[in-house]
Design a protein. Structure first.
Length: 388
């Protein structure tokens, strides 16, 4: 039986204006079959009602038509120009109604008790603001076991998360207030946007683990950016630099962040030197030194840094106008209106204050439209499926 024909008593997906406990945001780009399976896995949730929002980020493979045909009014479908996974997730959250937010990447699946288990956790721990589950990893159709250093900690995960991303978007559920309070995903990062967000959250907030494998992560796709971009640590360095520049880390966190930044910069400097980019290598070597973070305005990591690109503690404020323009080009197919015609709760204010602080551009890196795939296709890399 098709998911769109199933009765939804006791669980499933819903499109209505009444409150729902959980809003699920699924960004997708040219993954018609995979996203269909992802949505079906949310509709199959037991004892949990979800609002499902699919953000079609400029797909050209018939994704929207296929989803409409199978799921109809069970999902809220938002079509937008291609701006990447961070923008798609932010837009999905801005148009949602749940007090709890969950993300599902379009190549991943949820097992039937995933949402119910996390709702039970929040009910038992009312002071908790974010939790994640364990995962089953599949690469090219074969189950793989994570290495010991990929084991997910619980509670204060800030320091372990500096070296590698230990939180998976598809496994997370968090309170809306927390997501909006830190400013959402940084839309200037083409990759590692999740690494950046979890660090900004973990610096002040425990991230709890529901120790059950309730997510199936599927990796090994040809369209994963980990196969197309060298030096993924360039974007982690951008995130670390901003974290340090904001000046609100504890002394222990500051020392740990600076130490990891130095490690990553040394590796990147060696790589740049091997490629004959000696100025870039020297810039990386100098970056972690005392007071050198102020030099970001003057360094170039392979491309000129725009003079209007500066770090700011008021992250994202300068991006309100571009985000509003993006909203004007966004259509919510449930209502047929443009996003800006009928903005959902707090959406414009949230988008105006999102964390799009040009972290990637702050290290002088840019991705041209013609050679960039959708960043969500990288998610396996940051959870160890395609680690460089």
């Amino acid at each position: 039986m098709r998911a769109s024909d199933r009765a939804l008593s006791g669980g499933g997906c819903v499109v209505s204006m009444r409150p729902v406990p959980v809003s699920v945001v699924i960004p997708t780009f040219n993954r018609r079959e995979l996203v269909r399976q992802a949505v079906a896995s949310v509709c199959a949730q037991r004892a949990a009602e979800c609002e499902i929002i699919v953000v079609d980020d400029g797909s050209a493979d018939g994704t929207a038509e296929a989803l409409r045909a199978e799921f109809g009014a069970q999902i809220r479908l938002i079509r937008t120009e291609n701006r990447g996974v961070a923008a798609a997730r932010n837009l999905g959250v801005a148009s949602s109604r749940g007090e709890l937010i969950a993300f599902l990447d379009s190549d991943d699946l949820w097992l039937p008790d995933k949402v119910a288990a996390q709702l039970a956790f929040f009910a038992e721990h009312p002071g908790a603001e974010i939790c994640q589950t364990e995962e089953i990893w599949i690469r090219n159709g074969v189950r793989v076991n994570p290495c010991a250093h990929h084991r997910k900690p619980s509670g204060d995960i800030f320091e372990p998360s500096l070296r590698l991303c230990l939180v998976s978007p598809s496994a997370v559920m968090l309170r809306r207030s927390l997501f909006e309070g830190v400013g959402g995903f940084d839309e200037s990062l083409p990759v590692c946007e999740d690494y950046d967000l979890w660090l900004r959250i973990a610096r002040n907030t425990p991230v709890w683990l529901v120790d059950r494998a309730l997510v199936v992560k599927r990796g090994g796709h040809a369209d994963q950016l980990s196969r197309q971009l060298w030096g993924m640590d360039r974007f982690r360095v951008a995130a670390l630099v901003r974290l340090l520049a904001q000046g609100d880390l504890s002394p222990v966190q500051h020392r740990a962040t600076l130490a990891v930044l130095a490690e990553k910069c040394q590796i990147l400097a060696q790589g740049a030197a091997r490629r004959g980019r000696h100025a870039e290598a020297e810039a990386y070597r100098a970056l972690p030194a005392s007071n050198s973070l102020r030099k970001l305005d003057d360094v170039s990591f392979g491309s000129p840094l725009p003079r209007d690109c500066r770090f700011s503690r008021n992250v994202g404020a300068q991006h309100a106008a571009p985000l509003r323009k993006h909203a004007e080009n966004t259509v919510d197919e449930t209502s047929g209106r443009s996003f800006i015609d009928s903005p959902p709760r707090g959406s414009v204010d949230f988008l105006a204050n999102s964390a799009s602080t040009s972290s990637a551009r702050a290290v002088g890196y840019s991705i041209s439209k013609e050679n960039s795939a959708h960043p969500e296709n990288l998610t396996g890399e940051d959870t160890g499926l395609e680690r460089p």
